[in-house]
Design a protein around this ligand. Structure first.
Ligand code: FE2
Length: 178
């Protein structure tokens, strides 16, 4: 190892030590907090998956005079939520936890109830979708509270972004029902 390299390494190690023991360390989530946030994110992920599937099912099955706008709306929702799933899963990994994707795992973790059968009308679909977005936002807010308490600004920012998009979607759905 060159002298220069050795010096760089020693500075890096000192920085890591001082980060752990200094006041700055209190501004980072503890390992326990990271685990709790990752667990909460996995629940949000599973619930997001249920809502994404629901949007896709409505995209396929909606009927009536508003077919085109509703078919498009639910299709866009499905595509956006799929990207969100990827973003959340990658955040779980960045927090050092595994993120196993399986139908059973998602069903176990999701806090949102799946439809037992297809809603009969377009309005019934919109009503069910609004209910599920509200439940999804409850889970996002719980995760946000954990992240903020732990100074996990990255997860907090992600959850605020989810609320911004999902509250907007909720406004659109309620407006279609008005
Ligand atoms: Fe399609």
């Amino acid at each position: 190892m060159s002298k220069k390299h050795a010096k760089t390494l020693s500075i890096k190690q000192d920085a890591e030590v001082s980060h752990e023991s200094s006041a700055v360390g209190a501004l980072y989530p503890s390992p326990e907090q990271k685990n709790a946030i990752a667990e909460s994110l996995r629940t949000v992920l599973a619930s997001t998956h249920v809502v994404a599937l629901q949007a896709r099912s409505y995209h396929w099955n909606v009927v009536g005079a508003r077919f085109i706008p509703l078919h498009d709306f639910f299709g866009e929702q499905y595509e956006a939520l799929q990207e969100v799933e990827d973003e959340i899963a990658e955040r779980v990994r960045a927090l050092g936890q595994p993120c196993f994707a399986s139908v059973q795992e998602f069903a176990r973790l999701a806090t949102i109830r799946e439809d037992e059968q297809l809603p009969k009308s377009a309005n019934d679909m919109l009503e069910r979708y609004a209910q599920n977005l509200e439940h999804l936002n409850d889970g996002v807010r719980s995760c946000l509270a954990l992240a903020q308490e732990a100074h996990d600004e990255v997860t907090a920012d992600m959850m605020i972004g989810r609320l911004r998009e999902q509250e907007k979607a909720l406004w659109m759905v309620r407006s279609m029902l008005a």
